[in-house]
Design a protein around this ligand. Structure first.
Ligand code: NA7
Length: 866
């Protein structure tokens, strides 16, 4: 590759251009050089450091322990550098990066004080042309944006800001010579991390300090001091293991993984854990102690309130304390802050909090900040108002890809990326910690190294194969976008107006920007993409084109986690066991499930079946006193497994959500009792419940049936038999991933034969135990085979994408519809046969169960109207 500068106006040919000389850009340069790529780094500042070059405000520190917020690629470098504190301050981190730049002699390959003016893709040449504000033109094969997640400051969006004649400072662009606030009246606008870190120090100098707060933050004492001895000890003992553990951890810092939810802990244990986390002074400390903090609003509120109590204890003036208490978003859904004496600062007589929620700023004048009811004369304003995070620095440069598409236009409604690394339409453009990667939700040092390594390895791979171009496919990118949103949707993050959501910048699309699936999961995903031949990427060059197109994560993130956990248990396949063994195993597994929500009452009883008594369990909703509509429910288990309480979490959930009595009926099981025993029992149970509605606390005329899997089969069959027998009247049927037909050759059987808990082999085992081949076409076991489906109760059919039974469920819904039955079909994307029933485990199933409950409520409401 020709390298060389050809004078003003000429084009300089390089292999790679990197933008940014912070943590990411420096390591990228290192890897590119090592691999022999001719590279240059463009940096707008006049030295290395990135974030740590610009953010020089008083008190600026990292919020991840510096033992972990550090490069790990070179043991020698690690041996040479010792951090002085648990959370090193900005000057020390900047010195570190300067040291790194010296050690590896980076500076000759960095063009300082140089900004990218534009970057354009030349499709014919498969190269990028970069123009700088210094007039340089560079041509490169690989264009790598290491521009940082929090690097483009947010424009001050306050009326009159430009009129102010006093001193104006931005925490993100702090003067190198420092600022002396002695004797000055100072206003700080913004109470994010930058405001919270700087306010106590500014208060030490200023004669008067006004803190203008729009949204209070959760901030905890950093307890800064010497680096934690336990971490240092572990590092000293086995550095490689320590770093590798961090790389394979959820957030890039090794932390315990909690199993207990807030509700599972006693009040004392909650308090103890809370105090421990508070003392630890680490952002991840709370998440490491309460499993459902970011998933369960109630759990989150419990811990949020404990936090608010701390604030009230630390701040003398109750009104100020209350204003400092965050109340309108769950803890941790906006980035928490670490501070030194932040809350105590408000106890000083010359410090005042101005609550902008109650007293919004009307304007800034030449000498004051005016709220709607007061004018504050100040000498200096410090804007600690944050950044256009994650996408700002990427779209602020004029980047033009294929067919003249600009990145800004492509991302007008939110970013689209594959793995947060690349975006369709912009070949050979890489982002380090781009949107859709763990980035700001992780230890940036770990995530940066992982991205840089991935990119460097990818470029070497391409070069070795004579390839010169890489771009994700639409399929892969759309799939990843979906996965990123699926991950966010099972957390509380989207409810907060945070910069993670783009909510801090007026007009910015509301999209959750980082990947919340975890550093460990994400790393494994990136590795898997490579192992599967760069799945979802098109690679091309003179040597040809290759593309293994596809979506890397199609199952819901929590379903994926369950499947992995099940795989790790290495359980025997049920179909290899005897029915007794299979029953024992499922009972054991069921015992470990969360119980489901609290119901008003649980009553066990017996009802007469055609061949003896059948047990049932009745769940009554918490809404007293009733009566309520009744749902007769049939459990799953392939006619072989399960009993009246084996689907208890689901029954409780349905009971509460639908506000209905759920009667879960046991029935005779195969192989002891083969076809049609289960179907006969189910119909007998429906008739008995219909005849005893009032005694059971039900409402006459409001009776529905529901069932999951084989229970869905029994519910469907019961509806057909009730119709044919002239009663009882049923107002609706809910069929959850039902078994409707004996044909095991449909596509869903082939596609999902293995790997999703219910296998094709297990289905065969169920069928063989229950029904002889000769009787399988009987509608009492294959309800799809009934010649006439008209006049059946309205139905809700739920099918799951990764379920062998998917297609027969869809076929039944279509057949019902064709015969004039009112039917709604839910096709649950990314779910398996079992996942929507996993209450409290598969959170993404909650929306499906909400729809099921909604359908039941509609059935009952329609019955009342009729
Ligand atoms: P943040 O966390 O975005 O904080 C910015 C603060 O400025 C936040 O309190 C904002 O309130 C406030 N703000 C922004 N615009 C205004 C206007 N117009 N009026 C009043 N207040 C305003 O940025 P930081 O620099 O503190 O921290 C960024 C990250 O760096 C941090 O999370 C760490 O990861 C390191 P809002 O919450 O939007 O109501």
């Amino acid at each position: 590759m020709a390298v060389g500068r050809e004078g003003n106006g000429s084009v300089e040919e390089l292999d790679a251009v990197v933008v940014g000389a912070g943590f990411a850009g420096l390591y990228m340069l290192h890897r590119l050089r090592q691999a022999g790529f001719a590279s240059t780094v463009l940096e707008s500042a006049d030295d290395v450091g990135g974030t740590w070059y610009w953010n020089r405000y008083p008190g600026a520190r990292c919020d991840i322990p510096t033992t972990d917020y550090t490069y790990s690629f070179d043991a020698e470098l690690e041996a040479e550098w010792t951090w002085s504190e648990k959370y090193a301050a900005q000057p020390e981190i900047l010195s570190y990066l300067q040291y790194v730049a010296r050690k590896y002699d980076f500076r000759p390959d960095i063009r300082f004080s140089t900004r990218v003016a534009s970057a354009a893709w030349d499709d014919a040449a498969s190269r990028w042309t970069i123009k700088t504000d210094a007039g340089d033109r560079l041509s490169c094969r690989w264009y790598i944006m290491a521009t940082g997640c929090l690097s483009l400051p947010k424009e001050p969006d306050i009326l009159g800001a430009e009129r102010f004649a006093g001193e104006v400072y931005y925490t993100s662009r702090w003067p190198h010579e420092g600022v002396d606030f002695s004797g000055k009246r100072v206003a700080v606008i913004g109470t994010g991390s930058s405001g919270i870190q700087s306010i106590p120090l500014i208060a030490k100098e200023a004669s008067q300090l006004l803190v203008f707060q729009r949204t209070p933050n959760f901030s905890m004492p950093a307890h800064n001091g010497p680096a934690p001895t336990d971490r240092l000890k572990q590092l000293a003992e086995d550095r490689d293991a320590y770093r590798e553990n961090a790389r394979r951890s959820a957030a890039g810092v090794t932390m315990p993984i909690p199993v207990e939810t807030v509700a599972m802990l006693s009040e004392d244990d909650r308090r103890r854990r809370f105090e421990e986390a508070w003392e630890e002074g680490e952002l991840l400390a709370f998440g490491a102690r309460f499993a459902d903090l970011l998933a369960n609003r109630e759990a989150n509120e419990t811990i949020s309130e404990m936090f608010r109590q701390k604030i009230r204890e630390m701040v003398d003036d109750p009104k100020t304390a209350e204003a400092l208490c965050p109340t309108d978003y769950p803890i941790m859904t906006k980035r928490m802050c670490l501070d030194t004496d932040y809350y105590a600062t408000f106890n000083q007589p010359h410090v005042r909090l101005v609550n902008l929620r109650k007293h919004p700023i009307s304007t800034i004048t030449e000498s004051s900040i005016d709220t709607i009811d007061e004018s504050f004369e100040v000498d200096a304003i410090v804007y600690a108002t944050g950044f256009d995070a994650m996408t700002g620095a990427l779209v602020s440069v004029d980047v033009t890809g294929r067919h003249g598409l600009t990145l800004k236009r492509k991302w007008a409604h939110g970013p689209h990326t594959y793995l947060g690394l690349m975006t369709v339409g912009f070949p050979n453009l890489f982002m380090i910690t781009g949107p859709g990667s763990p980035s700001v939700l992780s230890n940036m040092a770990v995530s940066i190294e992982q991205h840089v390594d991935w990119v460097a390895d990818c470029l070497a791979h391409l070069r070795d194969r004579g390839l010169e171009r890489i771009e994700p496919t639409h399929t892969a990118e759309t799939g990843w976008d979906q996965h990123v949103h699926d991950c966010a949707d099972i957390t509380l993050f989207p409810v907060a107006n945070s910069w993670y959501m783009g909510a801090n910048v007026p007009g910015k699309p509301r999209v959750f920007l980082p990947y919340v699936g975890g550093v460990d999961v994400y790393r494994a995903t990136c590795e898997e993409v490579v192992e599967r031949g760069y799945l979802g990427f098109q690679l091309s060059g003179p040597a040809g084109t290759q593309c293994n197109d596809g979506v890397i994560r199609r199952v819901q993130p929590d379903v994926f986690a369950v499947l992995n956990a099940m795989a790790e248990l290495d359980l025997p396949l049920l179909e290899t066991l005897s029915p007794a063994e299979a029953r024992a195993l499922t009972t054991e597994l069921n015992a470990a499930r969360p119980p489901g929500p609290e119901v008003g009452e649980i009553v066990d009883g017996e009802l007469p079946g055609p061949a003896g008594h059948l047990e049932y369990r009745l769940y009554r909703p918490p809404t007293a006193p009733g009566p309520h509509p009744i749902v007769v429910y049939f459990h799953g288990g392939g006619w072989v497994l399960g009993d009246k309480q084996s689907d208890e979490p689901l029954c409780r959930d349905l009971c509460v959500r639908a506000d209905a009595v759920v009667v879960s009926v046991d029935y005779r099981h195969a192989p002891e009792h083969r076809f049609p025993a289960a179907a006969d029992d189910a119909f007998a149970a429906v008739k008995w419940v219909a005849a005893h509605v009032q005694e059971l606390g039900g409402i006459p005329g409001e009776l529905a049936v529901a069932g999951w899997s084989a229970g869905g089969n029994l519910a469907a069959v019961a509806c057909q038999r009730a119709r044919d027998a002239g009663g009882p009247d049923l107002v609706g049927q809910v069929l959850l991933t039902p078994l409707t037909d004996y044909d095991m050759t449909r596509s869903s059987y082939v596609e999902n034969a293995d790997g999703y808990i219910l296998t094709a082999g297990l289905m065969k085992w169920f069928w063989d135990h229950y029904a002889d081949p000769a009787v399988r076409a009987d509608p009492r076991v294959s309800p799809l085979r009934a010649g006439d489906l008209s006049a059946l109760p309205p139905a809700l059919v739920v099918t799951c994408e990764f379920d062998p039974l998917r297609d027969e469920g869809i076929a039944y819904a279509k057949a019902l519809e064709a015969d004039g039955v009112q039917v709604r079909l839910i096709t649950a994307r990314g779910h398996t046969h079992t996942s929507p029933t996993m209450v409290g485990v598969v959170l993404s199933g909650a929306s499906i169960r909400a729809e099921v409950a909604g359908a039941l409520r509609q059935f009952f409401a329609a019955a009342v109207q009729a």
